[in-house]
Structure formats: C-alpha cells, structure tokens
Design a protein around this ligand. Structure first.
Ligand SMILES: C[S@@+](CC[C@H](N)C(=O)[O-])C[C@H]1O[C@@H](n2cnc3c(N)ncnc32)[C@H](O)[C@@H]1O
Length: 271
C-alpha cells in the first residue's frame, strides 16, 4: 500500500514552495556515469517519486522525454502547475508499477523518495525497464540550513538544527530511517554501484524558506497531526532562535541569506 504522506494539498503546496529544485550537477553526474558505458540516444529518463517536480526538471536538458511519476495526486498537481516543461510528462503512478516497455529507459532517478518504495518490487521494475547499460540513481538529503563563514555562528546554527532534528526524531515514519542512514543498508539491484562524493548545494533564500522547509518535513506534519499546539510551539521557538541567529528584523522577510544542503548519492548500472 502506498504511504499516506504527501497526499494532502496543503502539504504539497508547502513542499512545492519551500523545497528548491535540486542541483543540476546531479543530473550532469548521472549522465556522465551513464555515458561511461552507454553511447545510444538519451531518449527517456524517469524520475520516480518526483513530488512537485524539483528533481525532474534538471533532467530536461539531457533527455528527449522526462517522466515524473508520483503516487500523490496533490504533488502531481503542484508539479504540473509550477514546473511544466515541454519535454516533461507528470503522471500519477506508483513506483511499484512502471508503465514503460522492457529495455526502453536509459535513466531512472529517485530523489528523497527511494525509502518510501517497496524496494523488491521497485528494483525488479527498474531492472525490467532499463536498457542494458542503463542507470539507476538514488539520492537524498536531510536538511536545508543557513550557511555561516563565522565558526561561532556555524556552531550555533549546527546546535540549533541538532536540537530541532532531535525533537522531530520520534515523529519520523519508520521508512525515513533508511534515508537518514544515507541508504547504507540498501541492497541495490546491480553489481556495479558507486557512491559519489556528497554534493553540496548553495543558494540564496529567505528566513521563510528555512521555516517552510522544516514545515514540509513529514516528521513535522506528523507532529502537527498528533498535537497541533505542540507543533505551533515547536515552530515558533525554532523561528525565534533562527531570527536571532540570522539577525532578521521582526517585521520583514526580505533579507537574503546564504543557504545550503548536502546530497548523498548512489549510482548503479544494469549489466
Ligand atoms: C520527499 S518527496 C521527494 C520529492 C522530489 N523527488 C524532491 O526531491 O523534491 C517523496 C515523494 O515520494 C512519493 N512517493 C511515496 N511513495 C511512493 C510510491 N510508492 N510510488 C511513487 N511515489 C511515491 C511521495 O508522494 C512524495 O512526493
């Protein structure tokens, strides 16, 4: 059965607004890996668990067609609304049943989604649809944080984030633990498998992006469902301490802040 996370429209809207597009560098590294042993046309890439499209759009410069598949209708609606491209098709579709012909796809990606799938069934579908030499790329990330050059501020930010992730920990659905462990115990379906060095993405954002990111986490959504006043209290305590740290004036959200997140990425190749 497909999990019930991400099915609600307000969660999908927060997700779409506060989860930035993933770094194009990951698409480039995926294509480089594919090209090491595959020299045919780059016809189809499939992004499974595409959410609101942030991990699908980066594939568009490389492939004739990109399919973004997700089990949540609300997420697909956000993708169609906010990240439409002429060569992307978004579809409501579960990872365990991939609607492609055998040996027809060059690349399958799963960004921050692999841990939600029934891996035995998903991997067998990936094995079926990939061309020989085709590639599966699974990658994930856990937090979006402000970047500080000043070591003291960095220490304070790390300690604040350690604290909020500790508070959220009991609320993570069990599936997320595999992602938090960087998929270290996942048995990938192909023998040739490579973990690439972490990719760190920097970009400019606002205080509200940092708050929105935490609100988009499934652990926070579960805390909110189980005890709304606890969730309100959690987010306002976090907001106050973050404002102090970032020196953001109370009345506005215009200050641009340097933000970063780290991606953990595994690539493997069908024989
Ligand atoms: C954390 S989001 C990642 C979204 C996007 N890839 C990104 O990086 O922003 C995980 C997504 O996986 C989807 N998902 C969970 N289980 C799924 C399944 N069995 N089949 C397809 N999608 C699934 C959820 O609906 C959700 O949109």
């Amino acid at each position: 059965m497909v999990n019930q996370q991400f099915v609600e429209t307000d969660h999908a809207q927060i997700y779409s607004a506060h989860r930035p597009d993933v770094p194009p560098e990951i698409a480039q590294k995926s294509v480089n890996f594919l090209r090491e042993k595959f020299d045919g046309d780059l016809d189809i890439a499939v992004d499974v668990g595409c959410g609101s499209g942030q991990s699908s759009v980066i594939l568009t410069p490389f492939f004739r067609l990109v399919y973004g598949l997700d089990a949540s209708e609300a997420q697909i609606q956000e993708a169609v609304k906010n990240r439409a491209y002429s060569n992307i098709h978004y579809r409501l579709q579960e990872a365990e049943s991939l609607p492609f012909e055998t040996c027809s796809v060059q690349l399958v990606t799963a960004c921050a989604s692999l841990h939600w799938f029934n891996l035995e069934v998903f991997f067998s579908e990936v094995r079926r649809i990939l061309v020989p030499g085709g590639v599966l790329v699974a990658y994930t990330y856990h937090s979006l944080r402000p970047f500080f050059d000043c070591p003291l501020k960095k220490k304070m930010a790390d300690s604040l984030y350690d604290q909020i992730y500790e508070e959220l920990y009991p609320y993570w659905p069990k599936e997320v633990h595999s992602s938090l462990e960087k998929y270290k115990n996942v048995q990938f379906p192909f023998e040739e498998s490579r973990r690439i060095p972490d990719v760190c993405q920097f970009f400019n954002g606002r205080f509200s992006d940092l708050i929105g990111f935490v609100e988009s986490l499934s652990a926070f959504q579960i805390m909110k469902k189980s005890d709304i006043s606890k969730a309100d209290n959690f987010i306002s305590r976090f907001g106050l301490r973050l404002k102090e740290l970032l020196e953001v004036p109370d009345e506005q959200d215009s200050k641009m802040i340097k933000l970063y997140r780290d991606f953990y990425c595994i690539m493997c190749r069908k024989e």
